[in-house]
Design a binder for this molecule. Structure first.
Ligand code: USQ
Length: 382
C-alpha cells in the first residue's frame, strides 16, 4: 500500500514507518519536529539522543535496504499537506501528528492553545485533503482511551446503544477526558464523525492506552533506530518512567493513592494494531472505533511489578506515593471492552516479568544519561 504517516518522528510514528516499510509498503514520513521543540523548551529530552528523521531514514536504508520518503513540514499548513496527498494518492494515512502530552497541555495558556490548535488543525486538514484529493483513502487516526475517562459502567468500543423513553438509537460512547490534551482527541472524534457521515469518508479511530517499551524488530539491530524514549514529567508515560526511576535509584512516583487504572500495551502491539487497522479498511461512510489495549493495571500494580523484577535484578527499588499533580479519580471502576483488534488477529505481547526485565536492561545500559532532576512532576492541574 501507499501510506503517508503523519507524526513520523514520534514515539509511535518512527517505529510504524520502519515496520510498514519493512513489510513492503511505500511510506512517506511527515513531521515538523514539534515534539523535539517542546522537549527542548521544557528540558525534557529523551533518554537516548536520536538522529533526525532524514538521518534515521538513511540508517534504516543502510540496515534494512528499504526507502522512506521523508518530508519535514508543518501539517497545520493545509496547502502543503494537500499537495502531498494529491501527489501520493495514498491508500492509507496514519495520523499520529498531535501534541501528545497531557501535562504540557495543562501547563499554561500558550501550551493549551498550541495543543488545541495543532491537534484540531491537523485532523481538520487531513480530512479536507483526503476529501479533495484521495476520497477513497482510509484514515487511521490515533485517539486515546483517555477520551472516555473512567466511567462507572463498562466502556464499549466507541459506540453505545441507548434506550430512552421507549425508543432506541446508537451514539458515540460518552466522553469525559481528564486533560486538555485528551479533550482535543474527543473533539477530533466529533469532527471526524461529522465529516464521515457528511462526506462518506472512511476512518478508523484507535482509542489507545499508554504504551511502553522501545524494542521492535527493526530497532533491535541498531540502537540509533530506537523510538524516542522519555522518562521526564512532560513526555514520559508511567511505565517507561517507572523503569528509568528503578534504574536511577529514585523511588517510583505513584501519584496519590495509585488506584488509577488504565489499559496498557506494548509498543510492538501498537504496530500490530495499526497494521491490522490499515490492512482491514472500513467501508466508505463508516467510522470504526477500536479500543487499543491488551491488559489493565492500576498504578500500584505497575509499581509492584517493576519493584519485584527490579529487586530480582539487584536494583533495590523503592515505591513512594507523592501528592497527585492531576485532577483524577484515584480509586474507580474500569472495564473497557477490547475485543475488536483481538478478533482481527492481534497477538498480544503482555507485560511479563521477562519483558519488564528486558526494558530495565536496556535502560540500565544508558544509566549514565539519566538526569534525576527531570523526574518529579512540575505541572499541576489546578
Ligand atoms: N502516573 C503516576 N505516576 C507517574 C506518571 C503517571 O502515578 O509518574 C499516573 C497518572 O496520574 C495516570 C496514569 O499514571 O493516572 C497514566 O499516566 P501517563 O502519564 O502514563 O499517561 P497519560 O498522561 O494519560 O497519557 C499517555 C500518553 C497519551 C495517551 C495516553 C493514553 O501521553 O498521549 O493518549 O497515555 S490514556 O492514558 O489511556 O488516555
Amino acid at each position: 500500500m501507499r501510506v503517508i504517516i503523519l507524526g513520523a518522528d514520534g514515539y509511535l510514528g518512527w517505529p510504524t514507518v520502519m515496520d510498514f516499510a519493512a513489510k513492503g509498503h511505500e511510506v512517506w514520513a511527515v513531521d515538523n519536529y514539534l515534539r523535539r521543540t517542546i522537549a527542548q523548551q521544557t528540558q525534557s529530552e529523551a533518554l537516548i539522543p536520536l538522529p533526525n528523521l532524514q538521518d534515521r531514514a538513511a540508517i534504516f536504508k543502510a540496515e534494512h535496504g528499504k526507502d522512506v520518503d521523508v518530508r519535514v513540514f508543518d501539517l497545520c499548513d493545509y496547502h502543503r499537506l494537500a499537495e502531498l496527498v494529491k501527489e501520493v494518492k495514498p491508500d492509507c494515512i496514519v495520523h499520529y501528528a498531535e501534541q501528545p502530552s497531557a501535562p504540557y497541555s495543562m501547563s499554561g495558556f500558550d501550551e493549551a492553545r498550541l495543543t488545541l490548535r495543532n491537534n484540531l488543525d491537523v485532523t481538520f486538514n487531513t480530512l479536507w485533503a483526503v476529501r479533495e484529493h484521495a476520497p477513497d483513502c482510509h484514515i487511521v487516526k490515533l485517539g486515546t482511551m483517555g477520551e472516555y475517562g473512567v466511567p462507572n459502567i463498562d466502556i464499549e468500543e466507541g459506540w453505545i446503544d441507548i434506550e430512552h423513553k421507549g425508543r432506541k438509537d446508537k451514539f458515540l460512547f460518552p466522553r469525559a477526558a481528564g486533560s486538555l490534551y485528551h479533550t482535543t482527541k474527543v473533539l477530533d472524534t466529533d469532527l471526524i464523525w461529522f465529516y464521515v457521515r457528511t462526506w462518506g469518508l472512511r476512518v478508523t479511530d484507535l482509542m489507545q492506552g499508554p504504551v511502553y517499551g522501545l524494542s521492535t524488530d527493526e530497532s533491535d539491530a541498531d540502537e540509533r533506530l530506537f523510538p524516542n524514549f522519555h522518562y521526564d514529567d512532560i513526555f514520559g508515560t508511567v511505565v517507561n518512567r517507572f523503569m528509568v526511576q528503578a534504574v536511577a535509584g529514585v523511588p517510583l512516583t505513584v501519584f496519590g493513592k495509585g488506584g488509577q487504572t488504565r489499559g496498557y500495551l506494548n509498543l510492538r502491539d501498537t504496530l500490530q494494531c495499526v497494521g491490522l487497522a490499515m490492512e482491514n479498511p472500513v467501508e466508505k461512510g463508516e467510522l470504526r472505533i477500536l479500543n487499543q489495549l491488551t491488559e489493565t493495571f492500576s498504578v500500584n500494580d505497575l509499581a509492584d511489578r517493576v519493584k519485584r523484577v527490579g529487586d530480582q535484578m539487584g536494583l533495590n527499588v523503592e515505591v513512594k506515593s507523592i501528592d497527585n499533580p492531576r485532577k483524577e479519580r484515584e480509586e474507580h471502576y474500569y472495564n473497557p471492552t477490547h475485543s475488536g483488534l483481538m478478533e482481527m488477529g492481534l497477538k498480544p505481547n503482555y507485560l511479563t516479568d521477562e519483558v519488564t526485565a528486558s526494558i530495565l536492561e536496556v535502560v540500565n545500559r544508558h544509566k549514565d544519561k539519566i538526569d534525576p532532576s527531570k523526574i518529579m512532576p512540575r505541572v499541576k492541574w489546578s
